[in-house]
Design a protein around this ligand. Structure first.
Ligand code: ADP
Ligand code: ZN
Length: 638
């Protein structure tokens, strides 16, 4: 993302804790089983609504009802009698409740009731001596016979689906488990060439040799030489590693097989290894070919590092990759490219000779590189004449290829929303703002709050103008976005790799400008400077403890250098472990001193330019966003 060091973002007050988003609940298995049974039961009862269950009535009741002519027909078997009352009869159950009885059953007493037969005949009751149970429908019989089996099969299918879902392979069920899900791009599909890759020329040049090998393997193997088998592409996310690997395949006109190593981490044991085997087999069949393994660190982490991690799947997958790489010679024409942004955690076995023994670093693009990347991605975008890609490259330090592609995309969308025919500079500026800070946020700010924010930003901007070493101010806005209430953008003249002390001081002074302006105008403080103060503290601490810019501390490096991929002037200061209490106290004092001095300067400069500050704040209140020319016009400092 954009180097936030070049901007002063002001958080909207104290932010609350981010709510944890709970993972979607997994239904427990027994619940599903219960549901299956319930549905089965309902279905059976819906399709075959059986006769209502007869209610057991006393024999005497039965006899009375026959006499009353309320029984038309009965069925008997052994000592059981079943029938239906013509008029439903209300009877009292032993537990005291009353029920209406239609279908009834009763048991003949042990003694013989001699009068019953005559009574029945007298009242014309049809006597039926057929079996009591109604014959089952053939469908029901079928269901009862096969139902349990069907249920079992259903559960089985469900389980296998669930497993497959866990493997990110919906629908493949149990059968696609061991197969490689590497996506195969055939020759025709890889249309990416080196023309689509920009701004990472060194990496591109190193890979040109691989292309050459794939095109003319004889040239290399004739004299018994071997080409590299594996190349490790090292670089931050979005710098174009995948793109580069595809371009190698595209340039050489060979198929491209890719797989993401992180997919193996949570897999069923054995599946990862068999996928790897399958992937290499496919690639060999299609040779010459490129295999691309993204996020290699997900499985290639040093095995010793987590002894009890117990992730034997990861280990097996890794071992299989090693086995495969040892098992073929590069003459077969398969070259494995792998990408990672954490080369430091990789298992050393991966880096041994004959495996990923080549390393190509893909650096974030510099200003010139960013311009080239923007050119690639704006090929099909109608740009307004006011757009200078070089200018945009200048205000996007820290953005990598993927970010720049997004930026172009957002700008085009912005232009479309506006209903424009071309994409203008202001579309780019707004897209960048949205990318860096998040979407606009309608906040109900009081006029007093808005005025205060305007003064705060004007303070930053004005100091950017009047401190000679500061970066030029390119844009100021008080439109709330994401977490920020306002922003002042400063554009470094060029990508810097080396920061002079005066420049760092100018940065601290500028960052304190917001707070200083508020204090000057209102005489009190707000939380709005939180982000500024973080930056200030970080920079000042590093000047004292890393860059030897303090007389009393001297040219000592007291904090370890940090991750080289994140290394920049705005990295956290880090602790002072391993140093004496006296040194720690000295550092604290000197950092404080430095910041105090810068704050005094900020206040003084703003006081001297109070008229300009007022004008800038007023213009900002009126127009919300000012570009470079407007800022200069408003202050009269142009
Ligand atoms: P990585 O694999 O390093 O995370 P990708 O190659 O996936 O990055 O980059 C994502 C997209 O960003 C690419 O498809 C491409 O459109 C764009 N991109 C990244 N780097 C570059 C570059 N150097 N030149 C042109 N486009 C790039
Ligand atoms: Zn600020």
């Amino acid at each position: 993302m954009a180097d936030p060091s070049a901007t002063q973002r002001d958080p909207a007050g104290v932010t609350g804790p981010t709510p944890d988003t709970a993972p979607p609940p997994r239904r427990p298995f027994w619940l599903v089983l219960l549901a299956v049974f319930a549905i089965n039961f309902l279905l059976v009862n819906l399709i075959f609504p059986g006769p209502r269950r007869p209610v057991q009535v006393p024999y005497t009741t039965f006899r009375e009802q026959v006499r009353a002519g309320n029984v038309e027909a009965i069925a008997t078997r052994a000592d059981m009698v079943q029938g239906t009352f013509a008029e439903p009869l209300e009877i009292e159950l032993p537990n005291g409740t009353h029920v209406e009885v239609g279908a009834f059953s009763t048991t003949l007493p042990a003694f013989v009731d001699p009068g019953l037969e005559a009574l029945l005949l007298d009242h014309g009751v049809v006597i039926n001596a057929e079996p009591l149970e109604t014959p089952r429908s053939p469908l029901l019989t079928l269901l009862l016979t096969f139902g349990p089996t069907l249920l079992l099969i259903g559960i089985f299918v469900w389980l296998s689906r669930r497993m497959a879902a866990g493997l990110n392979a919906p629908g493949s069920g149990l059968f696609g488990l061991g197969q490689s899900r590497a996506r195969r791009y055939d020759q025709a599909d890889v249309k990416v060439t080196f023309d689509d890759v920009a701004g990472i020329d060194e990496a591109e040049a190193e890979l040109a040799e691989i292309v050459d090998f794939l095109k003319n393997p004889e040239k290399y193997t004739r004299l018994g030489g071997t080409a590299p088998k594996g190349v490790l592409l090292v670089g931050a996310p979005g710098t174009g590693k995948t793109l580069l690997a595809k371009a190698v395949a595209g340039e050489a006109g060979v198929p491209f097989f890719s797989m993401n190593a992180s997919e193996f981490v949570e897999m069923v044991v054995g599946v990862g290894a068999s996928r790897v085997r399958d992937l290499f087999e496919q690639a060999r069949k299609a040779a010459p070919a490129i295999i691309f393994i993204d996020e290699l660190d997900a499985i290639g982490r040093s095995r010793g590092a987590a002894v009890f991690s117990g992730n034997s799947e990861q280990e097996q997958t890794l071992n299989q990759i090693l086995t495969e790489m040892d098992g073929f010679s590069s003459r077969e024409g398969v070259i494995v490219l792998a990408a990672t942004n954490r080369p430091d955690v990789l298992d050393s076995a991966l880096l041994r000779s004959g495996r990923f023994d080549r390393r190509v670093t893909v650096n974030p693009p510099d200003r010139n590189g960013r311009e080239k990347i923007l050119e690639v991605h704006t090929r099909d975008v109608p740009l307004d004449p006011d757009v200078s890609l070089a200018g945009i490259a200048g205000i996007t330090p820290g953005l990598v290829g993927a970010d720049l592609r997004n930026l172009v995309n957002e700008a085009a969308l912005q232009a479309a929303r506006r209903g424009g025919d071309t994409v203008t500079h202001s579309d780019f500026a707004q897209a960048l703002e949205k990318m860096v800070l998040g979407p606009k946020r309608p906040l109900a700010l009081t006029p007093q709050d808005r005025e205060r924010i305007a003064y705060h930003e004007a303070g930053h901007a004005l100091l950017g103008l009047v401190v000679p070493e500061a970066d030029p101010v390119s844009r100021v806005t008080i439109t709330p976005r994401g977490q920020s209430l306002g922003v002042t953008y400063q554009r470094p003249d060029d990508d810097r790799y080396n920061y002079p002390e005066a420049y760092l001081r100018a940065r601290i002074i500028g960052a304190l400008g917001g707070r200083a302006a508020e204090e000057l105008v209102y005489g009190d403080r707000t939380t709005g400077a939180e982000n500024d103060l973080e930056q200030v503290t970080r920079l000042a601490t590093q000047m004292v403890t890393r860059w030897g810019m303090n007389e009393r501390v001297g040219p000592l490096s007291l904090t370890p250098r940090q991750d080289p991929y994140l290394a920049s002037a705005n990295q956290a200061g880090g602790g002072l472990a391993g140093h004496s209490q006296a040194t720690a106290e000295l550092v604290d004092r000197e950092v404080r001193e430095l910041v105090d001095e810068c704050y005094r300067l900020a206040l003084q400069l703003l006081r001297e330019h109070r008229a300009e500050l007022d004008r800038l704040a007023a213009t900002l209140l009126e127009r919300e966003t000012l570009d470079e020319a407007e800022i200069l016009a408003a202050t009269g400092l142009g």
